[in-house]
Write a protein that binds this ligand. Sequence first.
Ligand code: HEM
Ligand code: NAG
Ligand code: NAG
Length: 500
Amino acid sequence: MQLLFPSLPLPPHTFLPTFTAFYGCHLPFLITPIVLFYLMVVLVVVMLLLLLSVHQWRHPKDKPLPPGSMGWAYIGETLKLYKENPNSFFANRQKRYGDIFKSHILGCPCVMISSPDAAKIVLVTKAHLFKPTYPPSKEKMIGPEAIFFHQGPYHSRLKKLVQASFLPSAIRGSVSEIEQIVLKFLPAWENTTLNTLQEMKRYAFDVAMISAFGHKQDKEINGIKQLYQCLEKGYNSMPLDLPGTPFNKAMKARKLLNETLRRLIKERRENEKQGGGGGLLGVLLGDQNQKVDQLSDSQIADNVIGVIFAAHDTTASVLTWLLKYLHDNGNLLEAVTREQEGVRREIIEANRRLMWDDTRHMPLTTRVIQETLRTASILSFTFREAVEDVEFEGYYIPKGWKVLPLFRTIHHCADFFPKPEKFDPSRFEVPPKPNTFMPFGNGVHSCPGSELAKLEMLVLLHHLTTKYRWQVVGDEDGIQYGPFPVPKKGLPVRVTPRNI
Ligand code: HEM
Ligand SMILES: *[C@@H]1O[C@H](CO)[C@@H](O)[C@H](O)[C@H]1NC(C)=O
Ligand SMILES: *[C@@H]1O[C@H](CO)[C@@H](O)[C@H](O)[C@H]1NC(C)=O
């Protein structure tokens, strides 16, 4: 397309007048065949200008942009990417152009990254050159001071705090609380047909709430739960802020949530002497004696809301796939059940509850979770943006371009995971090659909640496999995106007591 542009047969001296006519009010008087011809030429030129990114002109002569097509054909592909199987979208282009290729999605020029080494450069070794980027509407809804949106010192300060509250040493004490939540849900599921995704969301949400606020039952917690649900409904809607739109309702809920959280923060700060109240909120409130280094109420609120967001939809989507894969692979389900029965016997013999150390002795169940994370790859890719012109693996990436490490494509590459479409947990009997398995991302922005997510899955599977069986209702093998890929209709299942 760059070649096409200078070769247009356009006499330069006629360009300007036609251009003026085009924008002036003389149009009706000037429409002769020759003017019509030039009008069309101008139209084509303007469209080409719009389509060709301005950045392409600036690129240094010695380094080319990555291969790939930026043309208008791909505007339609943007929609496809969000509606269709992302596997084939990326796989086709990777085959054609290689591991690093350019494209155009959501109106942004971008570079797709589908090799482990290149993804490592973006996410780890040169992470400072690629900042996280989200649509402004999401930033507004979650809160601009939340961890996801930042780089540098503010980000690392927050990351340390968030990580501290989700390290194994911090969450090992919460196994019993998580188990209590599981034991609350399971009897309600017995002999009913349920929407797996919806129920898993409720479960993951309850776990996220105790992780965020601790187990202290403040009077605000119920209000927070309800407002959160309103917020979530509008989260993936069109960012159209008019009265009555889901987005507008969500933003209203966000404002109320802001106020409720502020009240809660104030109470917690006042009652500090009685022990902070625990959870992530407790950690973010920090040591009150160190007045200098405190986070503001807004910073705390945005991050608490952000972490609950990051924690529950993701975990719920993976849990839904877990139930699907175990349902479809009967032998695996029996093998997992035997492993869990072994753990169950030990617990009963010792007359104690499920503990952290038990969850470290579930090798097969753990591999099933890993393989689910790989196969489902619910975060197909992530977004970064080049903060300056970057030279990258022999290519040039202009400042402002989006850069997308394609987790799913890497997880489904036969070089690293032979027969990638097969659900085969035994492949994790040997650790995957470095940087090929990134369900929780990589580098400075990698997921601080990975251990909590896996713990939630292990605790649920422990009770579910030993006591129940589930039958998928309606044999649909489709996938829906909302926003993560999950089995169609959220996987309706009928749960029955297991015959022993
Ligand atoms: C199976 C469930 C989960 C999956 C698959 C998942 C995946 C991810 C991935 C891939 C990223 C990196 C995004 C990027 O680099 O752009 C991420 C970031 C993050 N996740 Fe998770 N996550 C899960 C559960 C959780 C949970 C339970 C929490 C709660 C603690 C959590 C909190 C976060 C936060 C706060 C970040 C942002 C970190 C930063 O920007 O530094 N996630 N997650
Ligand atoms: C929350 O309230 C504070 C102070 O009133 C304000 O500065 C902040 O922008 C609010 N945040 C949101 C997301 O509405
Ligand atoms: C569910 O059905 C089974 C078998 O029909 C029955 O034994 C069990 O008591 C039922 N459970 C509930 C909670 O109704």
